[in-house]
Design a protein around this ligand. Structure first.
Ligand SMILES: Cc1ncc(COP(=O)(O)O)c(C=O)c1O
Ligand SMILES: [Zn+2]
Length: 409
């Protein structure tokens, strides 16, 4: 933390001291940014200091909120690879389609970044019991990192959350509950139980540090692209922490003078039309999004009917010249099948939504064939058995196999 100066409300700009426990802004109940002395970092942390540091998100230590590296709670958050996906790109008429594969992170999703940081900061601040509502993957990550830190975790999830998310929480020793409601109903339970249960609420954006963990996606990709950012970033948006975090990363890198030019990517917030509050607000020009009733999508991480950081997502998208766009729910399985079969990458349903959006952006001529387009694969397909139909043709060992029939099937 030598470089953290203070925390600042993203809405009313109220300031809070670093080194203390904070949730939302106490004046307006909106999220807090962690602010750094970027001038000092620029002097003391030259880009070349990165050489030789371990290939994990902790290599950007000076741009992270912790004071003492001994508090790091880690399962080795590896730098995730960016893979050219030419065969998949050709399906869209794109020469430069790339996927940053976050499924390689501990617990199989990008939620590891945020939770590694939140649990590290909880340790630094002396917190011992953490609670969160979850669409699935954040709960698994919280349970894993809390276990790693020897802390207690309490997780509340909609009862139809993918079964793997339910089981991973149990395996990691969380106190996990299935709720007959949506993620914001689970969020209310965490709030309600706070004083009696004595837990700290690590909901998306309701504490200031998950976003700093997600910010490392932007730092990492900038370094991987040798400090020249791609033309487009497509991000599957629920609570939006990743998109907001990346935009903050680009701001900080620009202030440090690390980017080769000031050309920023157009940020695309992708949602399913089964739950698209950000898209509706973007289209109507609103600052905040209205809650979506009856939110339904198999892309469970995107089933967020209302996001506390809605205005932060919308600001980043608008500032970047990007767009918020939805893809039809009925097409998600098809896009998921295409990505998984064309490239061998385990692309999750949330990321499949980005392909539906990419298809529309190409159709509208917004994305050009030579543009460099980066899509985040935010989780591993293996975590979603419910979203893949597997009615395998049977082979009966009591009968001879008709190989000819197999070939012509
Ligand atoms: C695999 C996956 N992708 C995307 C999201 C949405 O992330 P965010 O809430 O940062 O917008 C989630 C959230 O649960 C997720 O699990
Ligand atoms: Zn405020």
């Amino acid at each position: 933390m030598p470089f953290v100066t203070h925390l600042e409300c993203a809405n009313c700009q109220s300031e809070y001291p670093a080194g203390e426990v904070h949730g939302l802004c106490t004046k307006c109940s909106r999220p807090l940014w962690v602010r750094y002395d970027l001038g000092l970092i620029k002097k003391e942390f030259p880009k070349k200091a990165l050489f030789g540091r371990p290939p994990t998100l902790w290599r950007y230590l000076e741009l992270l909120p912790l004071e003492n590296p001994a508090n790091i709670v880690s399962l080795t958050e590896t730098i995730t690879p960016i893979l050219p996906v030419t065969r998949l790109g050709a399906e869209f008429g794109l020469d430069n389609l790339l996927i940053k594969d976050e499924s390689r992170l501990p617990t199989g999703s990008f939620k590891a970044r945020g939770m590694a940081m939140a649990v590290t900061m909880a340790k630094e601040l002396g917190l011992k019991r953490l609670a969160a509502p979850t669409a699935g993957n954040a709960g698994g990550a919280l349970a894993a990192y809390a276990a790693r830190a020897g802390m207690e975790s309490w997780v509340f999830m909609p009862e139809d959350t993918p079964i793997i998310n339910q089981k991973e929480c149990l395996l990691h020793g969380a106190n996990v509950y299935a709720v007959n409601g949506l993620i914001d109903d689970c969020g209310k339970l965490v709030r309600e139980g706070m004083s009696e249960m004595g837990w700290f609420d690590v909901s998306t954006l309701k504490e200031p540090y998950r976003i700093e963990g997600k910010k490392t996606m932007g730092l990492e990709l900038a370094e991987q692209f040798e400090w020249e950012l791609p033309d487009w970033i497509l991000y599957p948006t629920g609570g939006g922490t990743g998109l907001i975090g990346m935009w903050k990363a680009f701001d900080e890198l620009e202030a440090l003078g690390w980017l080769k030019n000031s050309k920023r990517p157009k940020m695309v917030s992708c949602q399913s039309d089964g739950c698209a509050p950000i898209v509706k607000a973007f289209e109507s020009g609103a600052r905040h999004a209205k809650r979506v009733d009856n939110a339904t999508t198999i892309a469970s991480g995107l089933r967020v009917p209302q996001a506390v950081g809605d205005f932060m997502i919308l600001e980043a998208v608008r500032e970047s010249g990007g767009v918020a766009m939805s893809s039809p729910e009925r097409d998600i399985s098809r896009w998921m099948g295409l990505a998984n079969s064309k490239e061998g990458l385990a692309v999750c349903p949330e990321t499949a939504v980005c392909l539906g959006v990419l298809d529309q952006l190409m159709g509208q001529g917004k994305v050009k064939p030579k543009d460099r387009v980066l899509i985040f694969n935010t989780g591993a397909a293996q975590k979603y058995p419910e979203s893949v139909k597997a009615d395998l043709p049977r082979i009966d060992l009591s009968q001879p196999v008709d190989w000819h029939a197999l070939l012509s099937a």
